[in-house]
Design a protein around this ligand. Structure first.
Ligand code: GAR
Length: 199
C-alpha cells in the first residue's frame, strides 16, 4: 500500500481531481495507492467538505496557532508521518497549499514532495502569477507540477500545461483556463509516481 497525503488551503479543486482520478482509475486496486488523508492549514478550506464526503480522513492544522513557521512545520510533519508505512513513505502532494515550507520540512520529505504552481516555471514564482503574466504581455501561460526543493517554486519539473493568453483576459479568466489544465496534469503526475508508469 502506498499512501498519498494531500495538503490544501482553499477550494481544493486540484485535490478533488486527484481523488476522482484515483476512484475512476482504481488506483488502490491497480497500484495499491490510496488518498489516505487531506490536511488543511485552514478550518474554512472548502475542499475539506469534498474530502469528507468521499470518506477521506481530514485534519486541520491551523498555522495561526503556532508561534513559529518551524513549529507549524513540525506539527505538519508529525501528522503526515502518521501515514508513512514501514516499507513505504507517503507521497506528499501540495495542492493549493499556500504556506512557505521551512528547509527542514522540505529536507525531511524531499523526493516524495510535489507541488503544482499556476505558471510556466521558472517564470513567475510566488503569488499573482496570472496578473503578472498578463502585465508582462505573455502570449502563453500555464501550470507546472514540480518536485519541491528548498528554493520556492523551483524544483525539477515533472509536467507542464500551456494555455493561450487572450487579449480580453482578466486574471480570473486566465486562472480558470489554467486551472482546467491543472486538473488534467496533476492527477497524471501523481498516478505516474505511485504506479511507476510513465505519462
Ligand atoms: C491552483 O491554481 C494552484 O496552482 C495554486 O492555487 C490554486 C489552488 O486551487 N497554487 C499556488 O498558487 C501555490 N503557490 P485549488 O485549491 O482549487 O486546487
Amino acid at each position: 500500500m502506498k499512501n498519498i497525503v494531500i495538503l490544501i488551503s482553499g477550494g481544493g479543486s486540484n485535490m478533488a481531481s486527484i481523488v476522482r482520478a484515483a476512484q475512476t482509475q482504481a488506483w488502490e486496486k491497480h497500484f495499491g495507492a490510496r488518498i489516505a488523508a487531506v490536511i488543511s492549514n485552514r478550518h474554512d478550506a472548502q475542499g475539506l467538505g469534498f474530502a469528507q464526503k468521499q470518506g477521506i480522513p481530514t485534519q486541520t492544522i491551523d498555522h495561526k496557532t503556532f508561534a513559529s513557521r518551524a513549529s507549524f512545520d513540525q506539527a505538519l510533519a508529525v501528522a503526515i508521518s502518521h501515514y508513512d508505512l514501514p516499507d513505504q513513505p507517503a507521497l506528499v502532494v501540495l495542492a493549493g497549499f499556500m504556506r512557505i515550507l521551512t528547509p527542514a520540512f522540505v529536507a525531511q520529505f524531499e523526493g516524495r514532495l510535489i507541488n503544482i504552481h499556476p505558471s510556466l516555471l521558472p517564470a513567475f514564482p510566488g503569488l499573482h502569477t496570472h496578473q503578472r503574466a498578463i502585465d508582462a504581455g505573455c502570449q502563453f501561460a500555464g501550470a507546472t507540477v514540480h518536485r519541491v526543493t528548498a528554493e520556492l517554486d523551483f524544483g525539477p519539473i515533472l509536467a507542464q500545461a500551456v494555455v493561450p493568453v487572450l487579449p480580453q483576459d482578466t486574471d480570473k479568466s486566465l486562472a480558470d483556463r489554467v486551472l482546467t489544465q491543472e486538473h488534467l496534469i496533476y492527477p497524471r503526475v501523481v498516478r505516474a509516481l505511485v504506479s511507476g508508469e510513465t505519462f
